[in-house]
Design a protein around this ligand. Sequence first.
Ligand code: SF4
Ligand code: SF4
Length: 245
Amino acid sequence: MKPRIGFFDFTGCEGCQLSVLNLENQFLELLELVDVVEFREIMDERSGNLDIAFVEGSISRREDVRRLQGIRKRTKVLVALGACADTAGINALSHFRDLKTLKTEVYGDGSLMQDLEHPMPLNAYVAVDVRIPGCPIDGKEFLAVLQALLLGREPELPSYSVCVECKLAELPCTFDRELVCLGPVTRAGCHAQCIEGGDRCRGCRGMVDNPRATPYYRILETHGLSEEDILREFRTFNMRGGGQE
Ligand code: SF4
Ligand code: SF4
């Protein structure tokens, strides 16, 4: 019997699931290896136990917690798919605002979404076995993770920073354009796509292992950023990490 996999979404833009669908032919080839038994983006059916559940989005309502715990109970492996699921991602910006004011601004004074809480990552409520970071995820990394899981191996994330991939691609450094980049402390695996596209790294893949945070703060300071500016940069994707000298 083929492994049974499912895709689930909570609070997010569904861009990570679209990254999977955008694999097109590779996604179709995937269907020969696994049974996709739940995927709201493309099918209605629902089914029982799973081998792997890919879960996108952060948890922002009490009923989300119950649903997530239900998914956890019926899957062998639970994968956090994308930044929203992994760290609460950009949704975590709400933690820096008063929730009641925010709800009124977005939904008005009515009863809509009254049960909304500050968004949390999946691992605040259930055990997460595997993380796929990024906003959105990288389709090739998704395939690599799935392949590892199907072969019974533990998937590995790059332990080096985006700067490494950026330098290998011989891209011009955004600091030379006086733009701040979070590449030196962000986990690689995105092939520095944002920098290649003319943007800067905003840290969507989260903090690299053992970031050299203090020298990095010094670089940011020499570019005239205040402590508040620096914190704002790190808050965009809820980056955390102690760092080392
Ligand atoms: S991580 Fe980004 S792309 Fe994925 S669901 Fe969240 S906001 Fe959308
Ligand atoms: S552009 Fe960003 S990721 Fe690339 S080398 Fe410069 S700091 Fe590092």
